[in-house]
Design a protein around this ligand. Structure first.
Ligand code: UDX
Length: 454
């Protein structure tokens, strides 16, 4: 069997690497128009940072895994074509700021149509608005060339930073297809690939729309949990409750569960906000304003949490940060990735620069992306790979990504290098707050009473 994936990004690359590693007899080609990105994959040096990915790629590279820029040329030889191109939020026209921009996705459908000479199974891997698979089927069948296509929805649930683990041990694999004998056959064929390493009872088959909607719903509900605990964190700060204690007590209820209840400076990443806005747009489209408002609240609380974090920094530092050096520890939207899309750190840095602080950003994997994201701020922001140098002469440091190495830094030495009074704003509740306080820091966690010497 030959499998092609169009799009070699955060989803396409790791997913295909795992399929190739698990199915040595399946030939896997990944095609992308970005030549630089393709070269990196070809060299066994993935252009994204993902623990364990390099090893998996190298297992299959040259055996049954290859990368190419020849999208059109790879179509004909493939039996199954995964489409994993990006679908950013629209920035223009109808649905701007909410709906998905489907131009890359439609262009891909047209390329497939132009180059396919034999029947294909086309698998929608990108997260797309509900009913996109149907639109794809329409485009693919718009030319009577005797070729027929089965379009399946097979959303990816991997999280960045744990992509390989999530792909190798998925909670479930979801396949949506047409409710017909033909649709069933196509679903079985795709399920057969996953069944090489995923237990059958974890492979779900649904209708196409359920599958598409489930992906949006899963992300919306995960984000909702984070927004819920973050909303409670503000109440904890006001009442001397401790959000970690509340989360623990709440999460031990088996009906609720312990995951995704870590209070933070806010959620980020390429999926949560985008998918919720998509859901909101869908609801509005169907005239379900109350439902749209409900989900929009999840995004609003998240924005509020980021605002509040930045405002607290200024308030704690005597209501002015003008000219003060503030070290930002972590710029990625979460640990173990270099991805900075929708990172709360981006928002917080911008707010601090507006207040005329001198911001120094450090991050073990995301510094190049941070430089690009903040390029428009010019000299107001500096970038420093070494956290010990970033804090040199700083009035405050803020932890914005929960990188494990930040836990092991020598905070006594950091305290000596900083201006006094020295402030710590822990946007991830990562550090030992009591120990920092005893060293001399004024410590401001999320959802806990500050420990201040002032
Ligand atoms: C998410 C989904 O988990 C995944 O299933 C889907 O396929 C894509 O979207 P990802 O965006 O990689 O994955 O990150 P995730 O681990 O879900 O975290 C999202 C954001 O929420 C991060 O900014 C993270 O720091 C934040 N978060 C998460 C919290 O603030 N608190 C938590 O308790 C959990």
């Amino acid at each position: 069997m030959r499998v092609l994936c169009i799009g070699a990004g955060y989803v396409g690359g790791p997913t295909m690497a795992v399929i190739a590693a698990k199915c040595p007899d399946v030939d896997v080609v990944v095609a992308d128009i970005d030549a630089g990105r393709v070269r990196a994959w070809q060299a066994g040096e993935p252009p994204i940072y993902e623990p364990g990915l390099r090893e998996v790629v190298r297992t299959a590279l040259g055996r049954n895994l290859s990368f190419t820029t020849d999208v059109a040329g790879s179509i004909e030889t493939a039996d199954v074509i995964f489409v994993s191109v990006n679908t950013p939020t629209k920035t223009f026209g109808e649905g701007a700021g909410r709906a998905s921009d489907l131009q890359y996705w439609e262009a891909t459908a047209r390329t497939i149509l132009a180059h396919a000479k034999t029947d294909k199974i086309v698998v929608e891997k990108s997260t797309l608005p509900v009913r996109t698979a149907e639109a794809m089927a329409r485009i693919l069948h718009s030319k009577p060339n005797g070729v027929s296509f089965d379009v399946l929805s097979n959303p990816e649930f991997l999280a960045e930073g744990s992509a390989i683990r999530d792909l190798e041990h998925p909670d479930r694999v979801l396949i949506g297809g047409e409710v017909s004998e033909r649709g069933r056959r196509a679903m079985d064929l795709l399920a057969g690939i996953y069944a090489r390493w995923v237990p059958e009872d974890r492979i779900l088959r649904t209708n196409v729309w359920s599958s598409e909607l489930s992906k949006l719903a899963a992300n919306a509900m995960l984000a909702q949990r984070v927004s819920s605990i973050n909303a409670l964190s503000e109440l904890c700060e006001a009442t001397e409750a401790d959000v970690a204690e509340v989360a623990r007590a709440v999460g031990m209820d088996r009906r609720i569960g312990p995951e995704f209840l870590r209070a933070s400076v806010g959620f980020g990443g390429s999926c949560f906000k985008k998918d919720i806005l998509n859901l909101v747009y869908l609801c509005e489209h169907f005239g379900l304003q109350a439902v749209a408002d409900y989900w929009l609240g999840v995004v609003r609380i998240n924005e509020h949490q980021q605002q509040r974090f930045a405002r607290n920094i200024v308030a704690a530092m005597f209501n002015t940060v003008v000219g003060k050096r503030i070290a930002v520890l972590g710029f990625a939207f979460k640990a173990d990735t270099g991805d900075t899309r929708e990172s709360p750190a981006n928002f917080v840095c911008r707010r601090l620069v507006e207040e005329r602080a001198r911001v120094v950003v450090t991050d073990p994997q995301a510094l190049d992306n941070a430089r690009r994201d903040l390029a428009d701020l010019g000299d107001a922001v500096a970038f420093e790979p070494d956290p010990m140098r970033a804090v040199e002469g700083a009035h405050a440091f803020a932890v914005l990504t929960e990188w494990a190495p930040y836990r092991a830094l020598d905070y006594r030495a950091i305290y000596r290098r900083m201006e006094h009074p020295a402030f710590c704003f822990d946007g991830r509740n990562l550090l030992d707050h009591r120990a920092l306080f005893e060293i001399g820091f004024n410590v401001y966690p999320v959802g806990k009473v500050p420990l201040s010497h002032l």
